[in-house]
Ligand binder design. Structure first.
Ligand code: HEC
Length: 209
């Protein structure tokens, strides 16, 4: 009995000391990475963006096998900075949550980033499946050079129009990678078949502008 108790006590002590050694090693590594006050501030700023990104994501995110921090940061950049929803979700907000009517904002999550907003002869694209169809390198070409891999309007221009890639081209690789990772984590969606007042054939209320 006594011997058994001793074995248990020794085991517990051993496991706890491993835990302590690992924690201490972690703390040392973190200290090394975050030595300067500037690095500490940057890290803090990025952490708060990541947390905010998760807070404001309007759709469930699939984090399995993905870099959690990049997804959170990507959400922040897409939803609080980049304004992608304004052009790539049609309509951008639900009927009951239209901020332009003075109502508390409610993103049209059923058709989130599925495209379909017309801009003259151009229509915003579905970007919920862009990471399935394009590598990160190709995505960089879209976001930096406006390369239109689908050549939707060769008679007008081989470049993406309306899309503010001349602005996004100045984002860092890290930030664009975060956006790519976030777009990979959101659910695929289809755009509203038609956007207009509810009719017998128009049964999806999120499609009413
Ligand atoms: C001012 C409106 C606008 C905003 C804001 C906007 N886009 Fe676009 N985007 C478009 C339009 C319109 C197209 C299609 C352009 C064309 O057909 O020439 C497009 C095309 C794209 C494409 C090409 C897709 C493909 O399959 O070839 C990607 C990728 C994209 N946008 C990503 C984004 C991301 C990410 C954001 C936010 C960081 C964003 N866009 C913000 C209007 C916009």
């Amino acid at each position: 009995m006594r011997a058994q108790r001793l074995v248990v006590a020794l085991t517990v002590t051993f496991v706890m000391s491993i835990g302590w050694v690992l924690t201490a090693a972690d703390a040392r590594n973190e200290q090394k990475a975050d030595d300067s006050p500037v690095a500490q501030n940057n890290n803090k700023a990025e952490r708060s963006r990541i947390a905010q990104g998760f807070e404001i994501a309007p759709v469930p995110l699939d984090l399995a096998g993905r870099d959690r921090d990049l997804v959170g940061l990507g959400s922040y950049l897409v939803n609080a900075v980049g304004g992608c929803n304004d052009c790539h979700t049609n309509p951008s907000y639900t009927h009951q949550g239209n901020p332009f009517a003075g109502l508390p904002k409610q993103v049209n999550s059923a058709h989130y980033l599925a495209g379909g907003t017309p801009f003259g002869p151009f229509v915003s694209r579905n970007i919920t499946d862009v990471t399935e169809e394009h590598s990160f390198e190709e995505f960089l070409q879209m976001m930096r050079e406006g390369k239109d891999f689908d050549l939707r309007h060769p008679q007008i221009s081989p470049l993406l129009q309306v899309m503010p890639w001349p602005v996004y081209q100045d984002m860092t690789d890290h930030d664009l990678r975060a956006i790519y990772e976030y777009l990979d984590a959101i659910p695929n969606a289809t755009r509203c078949a038609s956007v207009g007042p509810l009719s017998p054939t128009q049964t999806d209320p999120t499609c009413v502008p």
